[in-house]
Design a protein around this ligand. Sequence first.
Ligand SMILES: Cc1ncc(COP(=O)(O)O)c(C=O)c1O
Length: 498
Amino acid sequence: MPKRTATLELVLSPRKPGVTAARWLVGALRTEILEGRLRPGSRLPATRDLARQYGLSRGTIVAAFEQLKSEGYVEGSVGSGTFVSRVVPDELLQVARRDGMPAPPRGTAERRLSGFARRVQLFPGYTIRPVRAFRANHPALDLFPTALWAQVASRRLRRASTQMLLGTDPMGYRPLQEAVADYLRTSRGVHCVTEQVAIVSGVQEALDLTARLVLDPGDRVCMEHPGYPGAALVFEACGARIESLPLDEEGMTLPGVRARDAKLAYVTPGHQFPLGIGMSLRRRLALLEWARAARALILEDDYDSEYRYAGRPLPAMQGLDRRGLVLFAGSFSKVLFPSIRLGYLVVPPDLVPKVEAAQSITYRHAPLLAQAVLADFIVEGHFGRHVRRMRQIYAERLSVLLEGAERRLGGLLEISPVEAGLQTVGWLEQGIDSVAAAAAAAARGVDVTPLSAYARRALPREGLQLGFAAVDSQELGRGIEQLALALEGELRRIRHRA
Ligand SMILES: Cc1ncc(COP(=O)(O)O)c(C=O)c1O
């Protein structure tokens, strides 16, 4: 039985003069099916509705449906519904697939686009792939309490008021803003009132908002090197110039004279991306002092500091700021699941009206029902329980990685000590090249990212980023063995060449 999808009003290509209504309708519906706009299994509109929509007799529509049925494009019967066939004749589908994206119409090469459109680039490697060892930046999605989430969500949807269907303030759903403000004050040492919390669609939106409010083409932004490319791409799309500052054991080094006029510094002080360094208190204070003197702002990306396994929890840098120099961004992607697309941006009080105005003319607000479900999930204590449970599981997975690496990767990869987050870094030994090592690992079904993917110039040392949270101990064990074999292979290749 075909899947019963909802019938929407169908917009067909216009009828050319001299073509009969029946021929036009058959041709137009066939094109919709072949080009994939009418998916296999989807229901065609009722003959009565189509007749009304296009001012045709019902008989014409019925005749067109019958013809398409005889050609194998549709099935079912008038009265009980007509559906696009699950299996459209093979060679026809191949034609549709081969066509793929239509060729650009003539003249598009000379399109007059904005500077933003010329600069914007696809996030490299942005593809959704199945998770395996050592996928970084991912929580353990198989351990997310989906049944509980569904319970909270269905209760919220059943009781959805008309207000819930209408919309909310651009800064977000008030109970979620309150829950986030409470959480950030107590768990992250953030200094804020509820009104300063903007609910956004993840840190990426927070970056985009900040960039649009702070940067003009040509402005300079300071960033950690190596650093998070997802931030650099946003700033560069706005026309900013990136000043990459090296890291030392205290975190990002201070902007020097070249960056004297920088308007923004983007940092990950809780758990530097990708090296995992926690920025020292001394460096945080010095960076705040730099921002004050330079009349610059700091964007603190606290993307995964909920998970800390050792050492003292480092409160947010925002909590040290009394001058309104820091915007603080965080996300539910790592702590819950990435497709939730919810996060927050805590803004200095004077910038609240600007953020509110920018949201009101673009995204309006993050999806309200999702915000309400999340607010319930936090307020009812499920969020806190989930974080505590996952912290323990991730700590166990981290020790599996560290023990396995000590046993099997000695002399090949030196794992950096890690206190927080979902990933760490392994430093390659004996001149092994990180890009070649990652390719050899991928060939053995293991995901590691060369640190050079996060660098804009050569790094003093080659390394790999390894995630330890997303998969269980068995998969981590397989990953360690396969990575060891891949690195040994690389080493043999180097020796052979020498
Ligand atoms: C350092 C860093 N910041 C921000 C993000 C984006 O987070 P979100 O999913 O909330 O947009 C990521 C995602 O991996 C990240 O690694």
